[in-house]
Design a protein around this ligand. Structure first.
Ligand code: M6R
Length: 615
């Protein structure tokens, strides 16, 4: 939530800040702002409500161009204070200190009271403005910027990634983080800060990932880092494998569309070097995985949103195939209860970003409750907070996902979870070679099967108008397809703002069937599996109550056609692992085309942000 970018450069920093903001816009798009120190060491600030594009136009329209070698910038997802120019970051205190902030300051009202007594004036309703004043306050008795920031953050309760500049120290940016991501980009033309490496990929591939509590002085040719105890530390410079082009939209209209169509390649990249011939390399989960998985007696999965839906599919697989008891819970609940965590538990967090605050906190809670658990993360982001806190890691290698609605991250998470199911089952002696070979072969077929399924885009597009004027929709599935129905409903509500619910089809008669009439389109997912006949009965129950239905089926499912029912055969002969992955594709396409019909903002739906790093 919220994107930060900043830099000290030999050249004018403004184009770097603008480019960075554009690339970080997925993190928040309520308002944006830039501040630079101009040649005469004075702040030059520009902010605007809405997308970065609005800020860019405002900059173009300005007569005296904003210019400087040092600056910070921010794209906002509002928490405290409505999206408005005066609430946009950067915030300034006494023309001396300016800050950009990602996170939430919980005790800002207490700090504000004291600062009002000290004569500070407030120009915004944000929690961030107190940080600028707190640093300025500290500068009264401190003769350098870094110790003022160190001092100020001691009084903050909550989470922050911060970029700070001062007109009194015009050669440096102070960067610090606690609970929100922040990294430093190193180059020969200058040094930069950002919430995400994709903001800086056109400038550098070399990054230092700040640890929790670190604070850094970023100069044009030098970076010095201190840990949370104030000791100078050396953090490794890592080379990013990402390419700048990966975050460009190319010939597609939307990132979501691009990411849906990238799935065959994303899955190839997820499988790459994780399987050899017919078997899964358990070491793909970490060098110690083979040894440690043997001792596992249960699995606890924690995640949010789409990642939670992937975990729900995995619960079926892990119990059914690997024969290990498996629980799953949303992170925002788990972190606030007092769960029982037994030894020999594999605590699995799933997160595209690796930065979701609830998931990260749930992981920290789990480690506090029982140090003997084995932690494993499945993320799409190397060096993320969740990755770094987990003992074992698996990177999905889906490439950057920019569209707020998760697509390729979901299907690659499912592939990772399928590999994990085999790895666990093998380690426990619960899967034999034939089963492993079958599943691995199924996984290898996925890129081809998805490519075929994507060819049905035109047919699915044709169905989208049916949803245009509807207020609600219902998604039905059984077994793993219930989880896929949940994911389909989440996609639809996220980007087309249609209320959508998903039900395990057998649960319909216990309540939701009362909702059904001709105004609620119903989508059913009908693979040719052991639950098909039961699902067919549920389809009849719905149909006889007059709703319009779309059934995505296996060629072999042979669902009986009825009036106002579209049957869309998707594929055939899918297995337990491949079916949920393939049936995800038509649901992604359907929600994408419905959003296009409705003219909503597909990549940046209202009220949402890609990476939810606040509670
Ligand atoms: O980065 P994460 O996977 O931890 O994010 C979790 C959710 O915020 C995320 O999946 C969200 O639900 C997506 N926008 C769904 O499309």
């Amino acid at each position: 939530m919220c994107g930060i970018v900043g830099g000290v450069s030999k050249k004018n920093i403004v184009p770097v800040l603008l480019d960075g903001l554009n690339r970080l816009e997925y993190r928040g798009y309520d308002s944006a702002g830039i501040i630079v120190l101009s040649e005469d060491k004075k702040f030059d600030l520009i902010r605007s409500v809405g997308k970065v594009e609005v800020l860019e136009n405002k900059l173009k329209a300005r007569k005296n161009k904003i210019k400087g070698n040092i600056g910070i910038a921010h794209t906002r997802w509002a928490t405290h204070g409505e999206p408005a120019s005066h609430n946009a970051h950067p915030h300034v205190s006494k023309n001396s200190v300016s800050v950009v902030h990602n996170g939430i300051i919980e005790n800002y009202l207490d700090l504000k009271e004291n600062q009002l007594d000290q004569g500070y004036k407030f120009l915004s309703e944000t929690d961030t403005e107190v940080i600028a004043h707190e640093i300025d306050l500290s500068m009264r008795s401190n003769n350098n910027l870094i110790s003022s920031v160190q001092n100020a953050v001691k009084s903050l309760k909550g989470s922050y990634g911060l970029g700070v500049i001062s007109s009194k120290y015009p050669d440096q940016i102070i960067a610090t983080r606690k609970g929100s991501p922040l990294l430093i980009g190193i180059s020969k033309n200058g040094n930069y800060i950002a919430s995400d490496q994709i903001a800086l990929l056109s400038l550098t591939k070399k990054f230092i990932f700040l640890e929790e509590g670190d604070i850094a002085i970023v100069l044009i040719d030098k970076v010095t880092i201190y840990d949370s105890n104030g000791n100078e530390v050396v953090r490794p410079i890592k080379s990013s494998k990402l390419k700048a082009g990966q975050v460009d939209i190319g010939s597609y209209k939307h990132f979501m569309q691009k990411e849906i169509f990238e799935q065959p390649q994303a899955i190839r990249d997820t499988l790459e070097s994780r399987i050899s011939f017919n078997s899964v390399n358990i070491s793909a989960f970490g060098d110690q995985a083979k040894k440690k998985f043997k001792d596992i007696f249960r699995v606890q999965i924690i995640a949010c949103g789409t990642s939670y839906n992937a975990g729900l599919v995995a619960k079926y697989w892990i119990e059914d195939i690997a024969k290990i008891p498996c629980n799953i819970e949303v992170a925002s609940e788990y972190r606030y209860r007092r769960p029982i965590l037994l030894d020999k538990t594999l605590f699995l967090t799933i997160s595209q970003s690796g930065e979701t605050a609830d998931t990260l906190e749930a992981l920290k809670t789990a480690i506090k409750i029982n140090k003997n658990i084995l932690t494993l993360s499945i993320t799409n982001t190397a060096e993320s907070s969740i990755t770094r806190l987990s003992e074992l890691n698996f990177l999905t290698n889906a490439g950057p996902e920019i569209g707020v609605a998760s697509t390729k991250a979901f299907t690659t998470q499912l592939v990772a979870l399928a590999l994990l199911t085999i790895a666990l089952g093998k380690s426990k002696g619960n899967i034999n070679e034939t089963q492993e070979k079958d599943i691995v072969n199924g996984l290898k077929r996925l890129p081809g099967l998805i490519t075929e399924t994507l060819q049905q885009a035109k047919q699915i597009k044709r169905l989208a108008f049916r949803f245009k004027n509807k207020n609600s929709a219902l998604f039905l599935g059984r077994g793993t397809m219930h989880a896929i129905a949940l994911e389909g409903a989440l996609k639809l509500k996220e980007i087309s703002y249609i209320h959508a619910e998903a039900y395990a089809a057998g649960e319909l008669k216990h309540g939701p069937i009362a909702l059904i009439d001709e105004n609620i389109p119903v989508v059913a997912i009908a693979p040719n599996d052991e639950l098909l006949e039961k699902l067919k009965s549920n389809i009849q129950e719905v149909k006889s109550r007059g709703s319009y239905m779309i059934v995505f089926e296996d060629f072999g499912s042979k669902v009986e056609s009825m009036p106002t029912m579209e049957i869309v055969p998707i594929t055939s002969n899918l297995g337990r692992i491949t079916a949920p992955i393939i049936f995800t594709i038509p649901l992604q396409l359907l929600s994408y085309f419905v959003a296009i019909e409705k003219g909503t903002n597909v990549d940046k739906p209202r009220n949402l942000a890609k990476s939810v790093t606040v509670e």
